[in-house]
Structure formats: structure tokens, C-alpha cells
Design a protein around this ligand. Structure first.
Ligand code: NI
Length: 177
């Protein structure tokens, strides 16, 4: 399975949003192969999530996977591999919390982003079955980040204070404690 090329900020697809995927499209071998390639690309880049526009495809597909030993986000609770098609946040608590975020499409930067602490998500799994679940904390954060990608948004748009923006080396040196 080939690795896909990750689009970085400035690539038009990062800002163009994504189309809904029909169950018929989803069941095609091309889309199933694409999902496998997205997952492989995410893992190769040590990502905890990836959205189709980040690999230059304007379809509403995201994948999320947090392993406890991820070098980019260590010490987060594990989240098993989850592929979601046409995901929507259908409910959320009003309370937000700040957390450091980066993005495969915005390399070498971290910023402090407020996200809802808990969200309810609805979408299809990769076989077209309706799924609905609740996510909290870092899991909820990753979902909000990936759903934003489907609407042409990146975490920089959510930064209330650009002064928190830091390069990775400086993040490790001054803020990762
Ligand atoms: Ni991202």
C-alpha cells in the first residue's frame, strides 16, 4: 500500500472543505483502498489523526488512532483506530479546555487551542454502518481537529492567542512540562 503525500498549509485542498461520501462510493474498492492508505500514511507520520483533505482528497473521511507511546503526543490515553465517514459533532458540553495541538499539514508548530471537553459524534464506519459515540479530553480534541479539516479549517484558526505558537524544539524546551 502506498503512502500518500501530505498536503501542507498553502495547498488549496487544505482550505477547500470536503464532500459527503455516499454509501455506494464508500463500498467501492477504490475508497476502501484509499482508507487503508490514509491509515498507513497517518501511522507513518506518527499522526494521531488524519483527514482526507490532508492527502489532497476532498471527501469527508477521517481516521483517528492514539497509541500511548506516540512520540508526537506521549502520555495521552489510547484511542483505538477509528475511521469515520461524514462525521458530525451532534452535541457538546459548553466547557472548553486548553491543550497543545500540532498538525501534519502545519509541520513543526504547536499552539494552545481551546476545545470542548466532551462531544457526541455521529458518522458512518468504513462499511457504511451508522455509529454514534461520546468522546472526552484528548480524544474529543482530536475529533474536533479532524472534523475542522473537513470544513477547511486548521488549528491555527482556533488559536485565541497567536503568542502561544511555538516551534517543536522550543515547545520541548520551554512548554512540555
Ligand atoms: Ni491536522
Amino acid at each position: 500500500m502506498p503512502l500518500l503525500e501530505i498536503a501542507r498549509l498553502g495547498h488549496p485542498k487544505i482550505r477547500s472543505g470536503a464532500e459527503l461520501v455516499s454509501v455506494e462510493q464508500l463500498q467501492s474498492s477504490a475508497v476502501q483502498q484509499f482508507i487503508d492508505d490514509m491509515v498507513e500514511t497517518m501511522r507513518d507520520a506518527n499522526g494521531v489523526g488524519i483527514a482526507a483533505p490532508q492527502v489532497q482528497v476532498s471527501q469527508q473521511i477521517i481516521a483517528i488512532e492514539v497509541s500511548a507511546d506516540n512520540p508526537r503526543y506521549p502520555n495521552q490515553s489510547a484511542v483505538p483506530l477509528t475511521v469515520l465517514i461524514n462525521p458530525k459533532i451532534i452535541q457538546h458540553v459548553e466547557e472548553t479546555e486548553n491543550g497543545w495541538e500540532g498538525c501534519l499539514s502545519v509541520p513543526d508548530l504547536r499552539g494552545l487551542v481551546p476545545r470542548w471537553k466532551q462531544v457526541n459524534v455521529e458518522g458512518l464506519d468504513r462499511h457504511g454502518k451508522l455509529v454514534q459515540f461520546e468522546a472526552q479530553g484528548f480524544h474529543a480534541r482530536v475529533i474536533q481537529h479532524e472534523v475542522d479539516h473537513l470544513h477547511g479549517q486548521v488549528f491555527l484558526d482556533r488559536l485565541p492567542d497567536l503568542k502561544t505558537l511555538t516551534h517543536l524544539r522550543e515547545y520541548e524546551q520551554y512548554w512540555n512540562r
